[in-house]
Write a protein that binds this ligand. Structure first.
Ligand code: CTP
Length: 378
């Protein structure tokens, strides 16, 4: 599985051949590296070099014929970090001014992720108060800047402005990601959607769970840096879901059971299709195993999150579930969340803390749940 996506913006400074090593180092650390080049950079190093090292097509044109008509937006959608290395005085000035006149500056402006600038230029250009002001402005707007090294420069002088060692840039990238990705290094198993219990070869007992909350939790946990194993309960019954969770549970740091697991299943599964002749049909149901309780009973380091969807006495029933199933956190969800794009949640923790939120979109509610998981295990 490829790690977080890092965008490497390469501008037309002499040091741009050194960015090839940066891209290679990122790949070796299992990051997905997407290279974006200015036109001047392509005059110094051929895009095919970066393509070979990153294993991905390089973006060097803002208005490429065919393909995505607005490539700068799609490019940054899943980006965990944007690093501009090397960053020339010209590009730094454009970025500080919010310009978007090429694929690099446009995608940089469109990116919401953390951003790092790696300036590399002649000493006089670096020390010019205009460049310094531009760097300060970028920092004021949340960008990080790596201090250039001092040493021999391509223009034949010794001074500040040298492109720093790849290891130093990598360290800055990892530090920035560590801060914004509090769940990096954690494995989280998330289930979502409603199970399907077979009745006969063509019929199942299921429920109206949409799976939207599970998917939103998966996205929020991935954004926070976790390695996520998402299990869609829509393809499982309680027994097969248990097996799928069990295969991942030992190495997991948390289990979030957003799946609506059917509490009952047909007592026996008919091998032949039930015929429609009779006026009445009685189906005997038997309990399914409570998976949440089972896994909470087996936990060592795992942080266990359950959901409680209730139509009556929401908080009372939810806190009873928290205790009886030995959970770390229960998400109490009003029944109105069913089949809706929004949810009104209360988080009840083992130590009695309760946190209630206004009605939120499911992605926002999922972020709140993941924020709590981060605080407790991050
Ligand atoms: N759950 C489970 N296994 C089951 C049933 C439910 O793991 N067989 C989990 C769900 O994924 C959810 C939580 O238990 O996280 C709450 O499910 P719910 O059906 O609301 O709770 P129950 O304990 O079944 O209580 P009740 O049916 O009385 O509401």
């Amino acid at each position: 599985m490829a790690g977080p996506k890092i965008i490497v913006g390469v501008t037309g400074g002499i040091a741009c051949y050194k960015a090839v090593s940066l891209v290679s180092a990122l790949k070796q650390k299992n990051f997905e590296a997407q290279v974006v080049m200015t036109e001047n950079a392509t005059r110094l190093v051929a895009p095919v070099t970066f393509r070979a090292v990153s294993g991905q097509p390089v973006c060097a044109e803002q208005f490429a014929s065919g393909g995505d008509p607005v490539p700068h937006i799609g490019l940054v959608e899943r980006a965990a970090l944007y690093v501009v290395a090397p960053a020339t005085a010209n590009t730094i000035a454009k970025l500080a001014g919010g310009l978007a006149d090429n694929i690099l500056t446009a995608s940089f402006l469109a990116a919401r992720c953390p951003k790092i600038i790696v300036p590399a230029m002649n000493t006089a250009m670096w020390e010019n108060s205009l460049t310094q002001e531009n760097i300060s402005r970028l920092k004021k707007h949340g960008c990080l800047a790596v201090e250039p090294d001092a040493g021999y420069l391509a223009c034949g002088v010794f001074g500040a402005g040298r492109y720093p060692a790849t290891s130093k840039i990598l360290q800055e990238i990892e530090n920035a990601l560590g801060k914004t990705r509090p769940l990096s290094g954690k494995k989280i198993v998330i289930t979502g959607g409603g199970t399907r219990e077979p009745l006969d070869p063509v019929r199942v007992i299921t429920n109206v769970s949409s799976g939207k909350m599970g998917a939103a939790l998966r996205d929020a946990a991935e954004k926070a840096g976790a390695e996520v194993v998402y299990i869609d309960a829509g393809a499982e019954n309680a027994r097969s879901l248990k097996k799928r969770i069990a295969a991942e549970f030992d190495g997991a740091d948390a289990l979030i059971m957003a799946a609506a697991v059917s509490d009952y299943k047909p007592a026996s599964v008919r091998t032949d299709k039930i015929k429609s002749g009779a006026d009445k049909l009685t189906i005997e149901l038997a309990r399914t195993e409570d998976l949440l309780k089972y896994f909470a009973g087996k936990k060592k380091k795992q942080y266990i999150v359950g959901f409680a969807l209730e139509s009556l006495n929401l908080l009372k029933n939810a806190s009873a579930k928290l205790r009886s199933k030995n959970l770390d956190l229960v998400v109490a969800n009003d029944i109105s969340a069913l089949n809706s794009d929004t949810a009104q949640i209360t988080l009840l923790a083992k130590d009695g803390r309760a946190e209630t939120f206004d009605r939120l979109s499911k992605p926002k509610a999922a972020e709140k749940i993941i924020e709590r998981v981060c605080r407790d295990i991050g």
